[in-house]
Design a protein around this ligand. Structure first.
Ligand code: ZN
Ligand code: ZN
Length: 258
């Protein structure tokens, strides 16, 4: 069984929990931590968990909304950290108690969870995203990528659950308050996925097994809940009550793949 929940998702901070195990969890992984130690402790408590029970922190890339709290949390609770060498070199605070370097093309295991990393086009040193597997089901996570590559599609094909970036609406970004340079960065090939790209990605992968789809990293300034939800529905060819969005404040509650 895989359980997963988000502690918060968006440009102000990201953190996702992935667990395996039947009753008492065998493995508990925190993917990214863009929140302060105090904030992540509060958010973990809201999801009925405590930081001392985290087995590993896995990092996707070095942007502040993904790593701001990693160093302090890892040191306070003595949690090992998994990341690419490129990401480690770019971390402002990389003094982890125990560092494991990963290759973004090589699978690895943390206890009974198998992680399948894949590189993504994003403006960081060596960014990757992940598919988590317990041997039965697969959870795919893809945020912080500016374009859809054949490799990304191959990795997300036939997953059982998918957490997919729906960052912005093209027109809202274009007409919005961001300076032009930032607009170009966000919409560039190494920026973020907009709603249309999220739809396209869903239309290009096999969805036969998909039981959970959650829109992630939704911009508070350049997107609306309605637009992001509609993008997922079109991509899935399903109704609104079959899709949901992670929020910056609450993330989303526990879900499970049996
Ligand atoms: Zn981000
Ligand atoms: Zn990023």
């Amino acid at each position: 069984m895989i359980r997963f929940a988000s502690l918060g998702s968006g440009s102000k901070g990201n953190a996702t929990l992935i667990e395996s195990g039947v009753k008492e969890s065998d493995t508990r992984i925190l993917l990214d931590c863009g929140f302060s130690t105090k904030e992540v402790e509060i958010r973990l408590a809201k999801h009925q968990r405590c930081a001392s029970s985290i087995d590993a922190i896995v990092i996707t890339h070095e942007h502040a909304d993904h790593i701001n709290g990693v160093g302090r949390l890892a040191r306070k609770y003595n949690i090992p950290v998994w990341l690419t060498a490129g990401t480690w070199h770019k971390c402002r605070d990389s003094n982890f108690p125990d560092t494991h370097f990963i290759d973004s093309h090589s699978d690895f295991e943390i206890n009974d969870l198998r992680l399948h990393p894949f590189p993504v086009p994003h403006d960081a040193r060596e960014p990757c995203q992940f598919v988590f597997s317990d041997g039965n089901s697969q959870l795919g996570i893809a945020t912080d990528l500016g374009s859809i590559t054949p490799h990304v599609i191959a990795k997300l094909n036939n997953v059982d659950a998918l957490l997919l970036e729906c960052n912005y609406d093209g027109e809202m970004l274009h007409n919005g308050i961001y300076p032009q340079k930032l607009k170009d960065r966000v919409s560039g090939n190494k920026g973020h996925l907009d709603n249309k790209q999220a739809t396209q990605l869903l239309q290009n992968i096999k969805l036969d097994k998909l039981k959970h789809i959650v829109g992630m990293h939704v911009s508070e300034k350049n997107n609306t809940q309605e637009y992001a939800t509609a993008a997922l529905c079109v991509g899935m060819n399903c109704s609104e009550n079959e899709v949901s969005l992670a929020s910056q404040v609450d993330g989303f509650a526990w879900r499970e793949l049996a």
